[in-house]
Structures are given as C-alpha cells and as structure tokens.
Design a protein around this ligand. Structure first.
Ligand code: PMP
Length: 286
C-alpha cells in the first residue's frame, strides 16, 4: 500500500499527525458498519459550502441511530483549524466522521451513547481543469430507503458503489451511471449527474434513492441564477445517451464533464464550462 499523504486528525481534543489507530476489534463500527462521514474540500485557499458539509454529518449520524456529539459550528471551527496546519493553497479533503463504539439493543443496533467523532484532513490533489470522465451503465442499482439508510452519508452504502466502479473499470470506463430500483438514472457511483439537451439542464429528481448532493444543489442554484433552465426530473439511460452534454458534480472534483458514455463519444461542452466558471467565482466570493 502507498504511504498516506500528509494527514492531520482531530480526535478527543487533540490534533494527531498521520493515521492513528482509533477503533478496536470490539468497536461496533468495525464489526457492523455503524459509521458516517462527510467530505468537503479546501483548494486555492477556499472551502466552499464547508458549513453545509459540517451540518450534514450530524444529520447522517442521526439517520444511522447515533447521537452526534458535536455542534456543527464547532465542527466547522475544527475543520478550519485543521486546514491551517497545511501550506497555503493546499488541496485537501476534509472528512468529519461519527462512528459507534458500543453495542446497543440486541447487539446489532449500536448504543447511541457510544457515538464518537473525529475529523481527518489530508492532501488530495484536485483533478486537472481539463479532466473528463468516461461512463458506462452499471448493472448494480441504488437501494431504496426501505433497503438501506440512503438518507445518510454512510460508509455501509459504498461497497455497492464500489461494485459499480469495479465493473466499469473492468470494461475500461472511469465511472458508471447507476439506476434506481425502478430503472431510472439516479447518479454516478461517486457523484451526482446532469445532462444538457437543447440548452436545458436536467438532473435526476431527488427521489430519495441517492444523495441530494450539496454540490448538486449549489450548481442548480448557480445555473438558474445565470439564466439556465434546470429541470429535476425522471431521466432514463436513453436521455443520457442522446444528451448534448453530460457532467458530474460532487464535493471531490466539483464538476467533471463526460467525454464518453459507452460507445458514444461526447465533447466537454459550453454549459459545463460555464458551470465550472460560475462555481469557481462562487467559491472565491466573486
Ligand atoms: N453521490 C455519491 C454516491 C457521492 O459519494 C457523492 C460525493 N460525496 C455525491 C453524490 C455528491 O455529493 P456532495 O456534492 O454532497 O459531495
């Protein structure tokens, strides 16, 4: 395994450098997957929507039956304190987390009183400005709310996404369009997804089967303010296959145009370029 990049972690009141061990064989999170996280970015000395990511991790903890121990304003303060430990302009991933240590009702449910918190921050480069994604359709699907806690940003949801990514990689693609249980497109394995057709921007309606991303909502607002029509609607694979442009949004890369969907080549287009410009202006307070 490669070395970890520069990392600082706040746990139990102190900052620790590197990758300190934090759970043991008896920890509920390790055994039964009771953990949640959020992911935000620092780059070019800005941290767009960091406050919302710090608030969402508390919502995720509650959705998984844990008891958040930190005020979201305090998480934000810690995040900024952690960022200041790195060189100016460092490209960072900021990840607050909660997990459960102890067993609760019937062992399988965690003890909410055993909820623990950390925030880990590490160097991870932002993708190049001209980077793009290639996509294929995943055979794996998003679970519904009845099947999995899709209202939380929880680690337990990601092995399914990993299956879709592995399947895509085996076919020579970088990411995958993932459908919901009804067969409509929900999102990518690691990001939300948009298409552009005849100048109209469309994205799958927030139907509760996928993360209604903070970056997704930010791009919708920025594009609408810029005069675009953005439709949140039901979209199927053919809608994407016939699109003029496709792009993905998420905290990690912010926006990535799609250059290929299965056998169809696409060009990174003017709407995704404009959306990127709008986001960077927003991030820099311009
Ligand atoms: N969907 C999935 C599966 C993700 O992992 C992410 C990134 N966390 C997103 C969507 C985008 O969400 P956000 O913009 O809130 O980071």
């Amino acid at each position: 395994m490669a070395e970890w990049s520069n990392t600082w972690t706040w746990i139990d009141g102190e900052w620790i450098e590197g990758n300190p061990p934090v759970i043991g064989p008896r920890s509920h999170a390790f055994w039964l997957g009771t953990s949640v996280f959020d992911g935000a970015r620092a780059f070019e000395d800005v941290t767009p929507d960091l406050d919302m990511h710090c608030a969402r991790v508390n919502d995720s903890a509650r959705a998984l039956g844990m008891k958040p121990t930190m005020d979201s304003a305090r998480i934000l303060e810690l995040a900024l304190e952690g960022v200041s430990k790195f060189p100016k302009g460092a490209e960072l991933y900021i990840r607050p987390m909660y997990w459960a240590e102890g067993e609760g009702l019937s062992t399988v449910a965690a003890d909410p009183e055993s909820t623990r918190f950390l925030i880990t921050i590490y160097e991870t480069p932002m993708p190049a400005k001209d980077a793009s994604l290639t996509l294929t359709l995943a055979s794996y699907r998003r679970p519904t709310m009845e099947c999995m806690p899709v209202n939380a940003k929880a680690g337990c949801l990601y092995p399914n996404n990993a299956r879709a990514l592995k399947e895509a990689a085996d076919k020579g693609f970088m990411n995958a369009l993932v459908r919901d249980a009804l067969g409509n497109i929900a999102e990518l394995a690691t990001a939300n997804v948009f298409l552009v057709k005849n100048g109209v921007v469309k994205t799958p309606a927030n139907n509760g089967t996928f993360l209604n991303g903070i970056t997704r909502r930010r791009f919708i607002q920025l594009l609408e303010n810029d005069g675009f029509t953005v439709e949140e609607t039901t979209l199927n694979y053919d809608d994407f296959f016939d699109a003029d442009e496709i792009f993905a949004t998420g905290n990690y890369s912010k926006i990535m145009p799609v250059s290929k969907l299965d056998e169809r080549d696409l060009q990174p287009g003017p709407v995704s370029a404009r959306a990127r410009e709008l986001y960077w202006n927003y991030a820099h307070g311009r």
